[in-house]
Design a protein around this ligand. Structure first.
Ligand SMILES: Cc1cc2nc3c(=O)[nH]c(=O)nc-3n(C[C@H](O)[C@H](O)[C@H](O)COP(=O)(O)OP(=O)(O)OC[C@H]3O[C@@H](n4cnc5c(N)ncnc54)[C@H](O)[C@@H]3O)c2cc1C
Ligand code: FES
Length: 329
């Protein structure tokens, strides 16, 4: 009898899109509903990116699943399904775009390399952000949301994203195949703290990233230069081969125009790119760390590489608070 009672207490009846599912309180709602085929959007699965946000249209979500959400969203019963373990019955829905998302119109789509697309879209009225922050892009018809970093700066009157095409990837595939000039996309408020701050004006900056990790770094770099940063700024951009090193002319031009800025492309395979080296990005980072500067560090892109580089920085005595990361999950 006690076994049945405890089992019943730990199950919630969750209604989504007209279907009701029995979900265990031992498992995050995101995992439980997706295992049952609901196809809910998600990103980090760790309460950071807010891509998995749902709204309780009946019942109350647990406060632990509302951590980090704006007060106005909490009041409307929004919650993060990756953090939600509950034994209370609820009816839940995908976010109402009007509550959480800004409409933006794509006006330029360009392949920067065979596997990287640059999207430029209108900057919605009242949309504020710091270069290097990220937004969630919502595809309401497919019920998809994914995080993308902002490569644009306050000087640009548009939003710029660099999107890597993932084979079989649902959002990147939709962007590659369907998005065109005139397509509406829906962007969340900007999030994250991997950004330049004028408090860093007396510090040399070390920016390192692989692939589309360049998107936030490009925003941070131009933001620093735009704020008149004079101390050295080093940018390490790593690719598997030289095809992966997009934006080389733009970065070389910036380096020619600004004495403080050095662009260091590096490739794992094939010949060294002009002005760069052949070798692993973490080894290049280690060389720069040996210079003993009092660096402010920004690490972006593939999560494993971001973690590897972060550990290297800590091992070289860089304070945790001087390391800013944007790991793509
Ligand atoms: C804070 C943050 C910022 C981000 N910024 C950017 C950005 O500026 N540019 C960008 O291109 N991406 C960025 N990403 C990654 C992005 O959110 C998506 O995860 C990525 O575009 C894949 O989505 P998808 O729907 O195309 O693939 P999915 O349909 O989600 O995945 C398809 C398959 O590919 C695998 N997969 C998913 N992501 C990757 C990956 N990155 N590398 C290798 N395999 C993968 C999955 O495990 C799955 O097997 C960011 C992620 C986070 C958390
Ligand atoms: S998937 Fe839930 S916050 Fe990122």
């Amino acid at each position: 009898m006690s076994v049945v009672f405890s089992k019943e207490r730990c199950m919630a009846r969750i209604t989504f899109q007209g279907q009701t599912y029995e979900c265990s309180a031992d498992e995050p709602l995101l995992e439980a509903l997706n295992r049952k085929g609901c196809n809910l959007p998600y990103g980090c699965r760790a309460g950071v990116c807010q891509a998995c946000m749902l709204k309780a249209t009946r019942g109350t979500p647990p406060a632990t699943a509302q951590v980090g959400l704006e007060k106005k969203l909490q009041k409307k019963n929004y919650f993060l399904s990756c953090l939600c373990r509950t034994d209370s019955d609820m009816e839940v829905a995908l976010p109402d775009p009007a509550d959480k998302y800004h409409a933006s119109i794509v006006f330029e789509k360009e392949f920067l390399s065979p596997s990287v697309i640059r999207l430029r879209s209108s900057r919605p009225d009242g949309f504020t952000y710091q270069p290097g922050q990220f937004v969630n892009l919502l595809q309401p018809d497919l019920g998809l949301a994914r995080s993308y970093s902002l490569a644009s700066t306050g000087e640009d009157n548009f939003l710029e994203f660099h999107i890597r095409l993932i084979p079989g990837g649902r959002m990147s595939g939709w962007i590659a195949d369907t998005v065109e000039n005139g397509t509406f996309i829906f962007v969340s408020d900007a999030m994250g703290n991997c950004c330049y701050n004028t408090r860093y004006s007396d510090s040399p900056l070390l920016l390192a990233g692989t692939g589309t990790g360049l998107a936030p770094l490009y925003g941070i770099l131009r933001d620093a230069i735009g704020h008149g940063h004079q101390k050295p700024v080093e940018l390490l951009h790593g690719g598997l081969n030289s095809e992966g090193l997009y934006y080389r002319p733009e970065l070389q031009q910036l380096a020619e125009r600004h004495d403080c800025f050095t662009y260091r492309p590096c490739v794992l395979n094939g010949d060294a790119p002009a002005g760069g080296v052949q070798g692993a990005i973490d080894e290049q980072l280690q060389q720069l760390l040996k210079s003993g500067h009092d660096w402010r560090i920004f690490l972006c892109g593939d999560s494993d590489m971001v973690n590897t580089m972060r550990k290297l920085c800590l091992a070289h005595g860089i304070d945790e608070s001087d390391i800013h990361t944007d790991a793509f999950g």
